[in-house]
Every structure is written in C-alpha cells, then in structure tokens.
Design a protein around this ligand. Structure first.
Ligand SMILES: *[C@@H]1O[C@H](CO)[C@@H](O)[C@H](O)[C@H]1NC(C)=O
Ligand SMILES: *[C@@H]1O[C@H](CO)[C@@H](O)[C@H](O)[C@H]1NC(C)=O
Ligand SMILES: *[C@@H]1O[C@H](CO)[C@@H](O)[C@H](O)[C@H]1NC(C)=O
Ligand SMILES: [Zn+2]
Length: 471
C-alpha cells in the first residue's frame, strides 16, 4: 500500500469518521433495518457460498492462489512500474485470464519511472560505518561524488521547525517513532520538502515500521515544488536510533550520501478481467489488488497475493459456472507505488455511474476477519448480512473505515462505496517495501480462505436484487 496525499477537507472528514468507527456487530446491528426482500436475497446465497468455500479450501482449487503466486513471483521477480518484468507479468496475467475464457485486456497510461541506480550512505565521523539505505521513490540524485555533510537528528517536523536555521547546509536525520502507518508515513513522503525549507542538503528518514532487523524500507516521496529538491533516503530503525544517541551525546556526525537516481516517464497498463453479468452487464462490481511492486522486492505480500487472489476469484467462479447479474471485474492495478497512478487513470477514463461497488486488498492477506467498509449505513447492513454467511471462515466482522484500500481510495473519494479485506495484519509493516517481502510471508491455507471470501462477497454483491447504495 502507498499513502495518498489527502486534501485538508478529507483529513477533517477522516477525523470525524474515526469517532464514528465502530463494530457494527456489537452496536449497530439493531439499527439495521434491512428490507426483507434484500435479506432473503442475501440468505439465498448460502448454498453458493458453501460451494465456493468448499471448492476453494478443500476442493479442486485448494492451494491454487499460493501456487499461482509462487509461479508469478519466481518467474518475474520484481514487478516495478516501468520495468520489462512488469510488462511481461501483465501479459502473463492477461493470457491466464484468456485461457480461462475471461474477457481480459490491458489499459495503458503514463506513469513516472524512477530508476534507483547505485546508492549508499555511511557515517564517516566519529567512526566509519556503512548505513544500509534505500533511496525514496522520486528522489533527486546527489552530485557524482555524493554529499558529505554534518548531520543533525530530529524526531518530528515540530522539532525541526523549532531549531530551523541549525538545519542549513546539514543532512537532517528523522528519527520519528512509529505510531501508525497513516500517522508516520508523512515523514517518508515529505521530509525532504520540510528540511529543504530550512536549507538542509539531504534527509535520511527512519524506516516506517514497528519492527526491524536492520532492513531499510523504501516508498514514495513527493516534492511540493516550493523548495529546492534535495536527495532523500530511508535508513534502518536501528541506525536512526544509533545516530540519535550519538547526536544527543554531543558527537559531531559526518555522513556521506551518494545516489545516482534518475526520473523518467513510462507507459504501463492496468489489467482488467470481466466475468460478464447476465442481467445488467453494464453495471460493475470490482475486486482488485495491485500487480506492481517496489524495485527491491518481489512483492509477494504487497501486493502480489491480492492481485492473484482477485484474478483467481474470477477464475474459480467461472469454473463453477457462477455468473452474477452484474459484471464482476477484477483489476490488477499498476503504478500504485508511484502514487495510485493506475487508479487515477482508470477513474479518468471510465464512467463512474457504472461502478456500483469497489473492493481492494492491499493491507495483507493474513488470517481473514471480515471486511472494512466505506459507504452509507444501508450498505453496511447489507454487508453485515452477507458476512454472516462466513461463520465457517471466521470472517464475519464488518468495521467502518474511512481508509479502505489504496487504489480504490481514488474511487471511494468520488462517492462509490467500497471495502477492503480485514485481516490479522499486525506484521504487515515489518515486511512492507523491503527485500524481505517474499512468498514466505504467505500461507497457502490462509490464502484459500481469503480467496473464497473475496470470490463469494464479489459474487453476491454483483448478483443482489439491489445495487449497493451510494451517497
Ligand atoms: C492456478 O490457478 C488455476 C485457477 O484457479 C488452477 O486451475 C491451477 O491449478 C493453478 N495452478 C497451480 C500451479 O496450482
Ligand atoms: C553501479 O556501479 C557499478 C560499479 O561501479 C557499475 O558497474 C554499475 O553499472 C552501476 N549501476 C548502475 C545502475 O548505475
Ligand atoms: C474458526 O475458529 C475456530 C475457533 O477459533 C477454529 O477452531 C476453526 O478452525 C476456525 N476455522 C477456520 C476455517 O479457520
Ligand atoms: Zn501495496
């Protein structure tokens, strides 16, 4: 997942919604007055759910999401936007879809193509020590010989603003504590801009994670255009804390940073697959995950598993001859890591009216719990009723959230209701955007449960007697 730069009013709105966040199962279920015909229509899907679940968790599709994911990550390696690997992976997924008689095609768009190049950081004084680092996406390069400068260490933007002029000519190290991803990722996305405003020459940020084995985490950063663009990279949690200790003891820190990055533009494609609706083929329900990932990882967790799961959900429904009333569309996004570029391209080239509901999984595919939902109350009641069919998977819980998915945030911010996979993802940020995001994080049986849930919920929503309500 990647952080979106939200406009101020959305932040205010999310504060408001955070208070309204609640577990419907406990405190809103009584207020759910679902129309009887809708309730009956949902309950009539119990047999279909049982068929999908048993075919997926102990029938012919057992292990198929994991096995297909392993083929994808081993065959293509890193699927970085702009790379030949990603282009080949897109062709491969389109081909897989076609072999299963799903209408499958790519939709092209322009995206930033940032090339990392060689990069390094080392502490020069008071001792020599290499600092494992990863440049942040869209960062400018350093001069060829790199930058050697004195470093200062701060723990927040407020602290930096308070010491303002002290940052001039320095490398600013951010040693912010991890609070939560949305609260802490701003240090990754805008520390260069903040420090440049005070005349700094480069920034090194503590990786955004609650746990570390001295592994740096990359991610996108953005320049506002108001200040000089300075190079920026992440270092490990351990090293940020070590530099902070030294700085507080009064040691004079000299750091050498070298980056050879380049910023280009590329064309890439979102991958679309359709299971055509039999009654309202023009109406769409979307299930999705992003196929692209960072250059330093094979992205099994972020977000290969969900991309494969979204394709496989259609493949399984098709193989079981389950065709819903509305079209169920799987989208395997591209350009997500560069700032939801694929989702913005999609939103700009498709009719919003046709989209009745959007789903994306981009916060892990660990043990499923249920769904996170953003949309009107009646929709929550519908989803709550649908989830009650998933006792067998222990995935019956619905929570309201203003922050569903990553790509689909572009669509939900335009008023289309949506949901994300709610799962036991406490370890997600341990691996996020690192070279440790490998297949080993994923569990075949858990992926089967998630796939069964994804396929079934997508099918029911696409097959209901009513559209999911919009605002
Ligand atoms: C990949 O998924 C398809 C569709 O579910 C399945 O038929 C096939 O067996 C899977 N491949 C492997 C290697 O499991
Ligand atoms: C990185 O440096 C090595 C050794 O100097 C060089 O061979 C290689 O081409 C460089 N890689 C890039 C991407 O510039
Ligand atoms: C659901 O949870 C129960 C109790 O924790 C457990 O025994 C069961 O195996 C779980 N079912 C699945 C499908 O994970
Ligand atoms: Zn992601």
């Amino acid at each position: 997942m990647q952080q979106q730069a939200f406009p101020r009013y959305v932040l205010l709105l999310s504060l408001f919604v955070a208070f309204a966040n609640c577990d419907l199962r406990n405190n809103e279920i009584d207020r759910c007055h679902l129309d009887d015909s809708v309730r009956r229509a949902i309950r009539s899907h119990k047999d279909v759910v049982d068929r999908i679940v048993s075919a997926t968790i102990d029938g012919p599709f057992k292990g198929s999401t994991y096995n297909n994911l392993s083929l994808l990550v081993d065959k293509f390696g890193s699927r970085y936007t702009g790379s030949q690997n990603l282009n080949d992976a897109i062709d491969y997924m389109i081909d897989l879809g076609r072999k299963q008689n799903l209408e499958s095609y790519g939709e092209e768009f322009l995206a930033p193509y940032w090339i990392r190049g060689n990069e390094s950081a080392s502490l020069i004084k008071p001792v020599r020590l290499d600092l494992p680092m990863l440049g942040l996406g869209s960062s400018v390069s350093t001069p060829t010989e790199g930058i050697v400068a004195e470093a200062i260490v701060v723990s927040s933007f407020e602290e930096l603003d308070a010491i303002g002029p002290l940052a001039k000519g320095k490398i600013v190290v951010f040693n912010q504590d991890f609070v939560s991803y949305p609260a802490t990722a701003k240090y990754r996305s805008s520390s260069a801009d903040h420090a440049s405003a005070h005349g700094a020459v480069a920034t090194l940020i503590r990786s955004i994670t609650p746990f570390s084995m001295r592994t740096p985490h990359t991610g996108s950063q953005f320049y506002s255009g108001k200040y000089k663009k300075i190079p920026t990279a992440s270092i490990t949690v351990e090293d940020a804390k070590m530099l902070d200790r030294r700085y507080k003891r009064g040691e004079k820190l000299i750091i050498h940073v070298k980056m050879e990055s380049k910023s280009l533009t590329t064309t890439t494609r979102n991958t679309l697959m359709n299971l055509k609706g039999h009654t309202y083929p023009e109406k769409l329900v979307m299930i999705s995950g992003h196929l692209d990932c960072w250059d330093v990882t094979v992205g099994a967790m972020d977000d290969g598993a969900a991309a494969v799961m979204s394709w496989n959900a259609l493949a399984i429904l098709n193989a079981l001859n389950l065709r819903p009333k509305r079209t169920l569309r799987a989208v395997l996004w591209s350009g997500e890591e560069q700032g939801l570029i694929g989702a913005r391209a999609y939103a700009n080239s498709h009719r919003e009216d046709d989209l009745t509901f959007v789903m994306e999984s981009d916060e892990g595919t660990f043990e499923p719990i249920g769904l996170e939902y953003k949309g009107p109350d009646t929709g929550a009641c519908i989803l709550q009723e649908i989830l009650s069919l998933f006792e067998e998977l222990n995935a019956t819980k619905l929570v309201r959230s203003n922050d569903v998915g990553s790509d689909i945030a572009v669509l939900t911010s335009r008023g289309i209701p949506g949901a994300s996979l709610y799962n036991k993802n406490e370890r997600y940020f341990w691996y996020h955007h690192t070279n440790a995001d490998t297949l080993d994080i994923e569990d075949p049986d858990v992926l089967d449960k998630n796939t069964a849930l994804w396929a079934s919920v997508g099918y029911i929503i696409a097959n209901l007697n009513v559209d999911m309500p919009k605002k």
